[in-house]
Design a protein around this ligand. Structure first.
Ligand SMILES: *[C@@H]1O[C@H](CO)[C@@H](O)[C@H](O)[C@H]1NC(C)=O
Ligand SMILES: *[C@@H]1O[C@H](CO)[C@@H](O)[C@H](O)[C@H]1NC(C)=O
Ligand SMILES: *[C@@H]1O[C@H](CO)[C@@H](O)[C@H](O)[C@H]1NC(C)=O
Length: 254
């Protein structure tokens, strides 16, 4: 009798295990299926091409911000030229990239695309200012200058120069080039530096001395030398609040 009960228990427990296993596998099979259908962004040939040809870090950054990825993808139809940053240059820039705000990161990545198709030859003969995907139409900001430099084509942002090192894809309406440097928009990196000198109420000092606090922001010290004109422009921007304060003081004096 005991033996029979034992056997029945064994059979019963085996049945339960079996049931669990079946439930388990169907649950396991059912659960990931919708997830794998939903989580990956739509397969992007754009980022795949970049990742496979030496711009993996840049491609991953583009994929990581849905707004950036969809902007790049939706612009392909109307013509798009992308300058993807080679892995070496992108990796060494990462500390600076991580310091950017969310909108700064978006602008930086969009700055690497121009909303028209350009072959290398078209870029070479154009020698001009190009608006980018980050450009605000009304102000034409976030632009850079394309220059023919003999064998090379260079992109000058005002804070540095990047050179096109290879063509990853070129078939109308899409061209993808690899560049040896991150394109650093003046807007973005000026904005990062501006808050530090601006709050310092040193209106009586000469404009030259205003550059002293900004030089403590070591990273761009070298390029800052080339940008003295812009620094002066920055200085005059600092002067505006001084004038306002002066007017207010004058009115209070009355
Ligand atoms: C991606 O590439 C495949 C194969 O080359 C092609 O059939 C498909 O149309 C491409 N998709 C897009 C969105 O370009
Ligand atoms: C990032 O920001 C921190 C704090 O503002 C600063 O100390 C650091 O130098 C910055 N790093 C880079 C690479 O800009
Ligand atoms: C380029 O952008 C700057 C702002 O950084 C703007 O002042 C200038 O007008 C733009 N140039 C062109 C040709 O649109």
């Amino acid at each position: 009798m005991k033996f029979l009960i034992f056997n029945l228990l064994l059979i019963f427990s085996a049945y339960i295990d079996c049931g669990n296993a079946v439930v388990g596998t169907t649950a396991a099979a059912a659960a990931p299926a919708p997830i794998t259908e939903k989580t990956p962004p739509p397969p992007s040939n754009l980022t795949t091409i970049m990742a496979q040809k030496g711009c993996k870090t840049f491609a991953n950054l583009v994929s990581s911000i849905p707004e950036v990825l969809s902007t790049f993808q939706s612009d392909v139809g109307g013509g798009l030229t992308v300058f993807c940053v080679k892995d070496g240059a992108m990796k060494s820039f990462m500390p600076k990239y991580k310091n950017l705000t969310a909108s700064g990161k978006t602008s930086l990545l969009l700055y690497h695309g121009i909303p028209v198709y350009n072959s290398l030859y078209m870029l070479k003969i154009s020698n001009g200012v190009f608006n980018t995907l980050a450009t605000d139409g009304t102000t034409s900001n976030y632009n850079f200058t394309v220059q023919d430099a003999g064998h090379d084509v260079t992109l000058k942002t005002g804070l540095g120069t990047a050179t096109i090192v290879s063509t990853l894809f070129d078939k109308t309406p899409l061209a993808i080039f690899a560049v040896n440097n991150v394109l650093q928009p003046k807007e973005l990196f000026k904005l990062v530096e501006a808050p530090t000198p601006a709050p310092a109420p040193a209106p009586k000092s000469k404009p030259e001395q205003l550059s002293a606090p900004s030089s403590s922001e070591a990273p761009d010290a070298d390029s800052a030398d080339q940008e003295t004109a812009d620094d002066n422009a920055g200085g005059s921007r600092v002067m505006v609040p001084t004038i306002v304060v002066g007017i207010l003081l004058f009115m209070v004096g009355l």
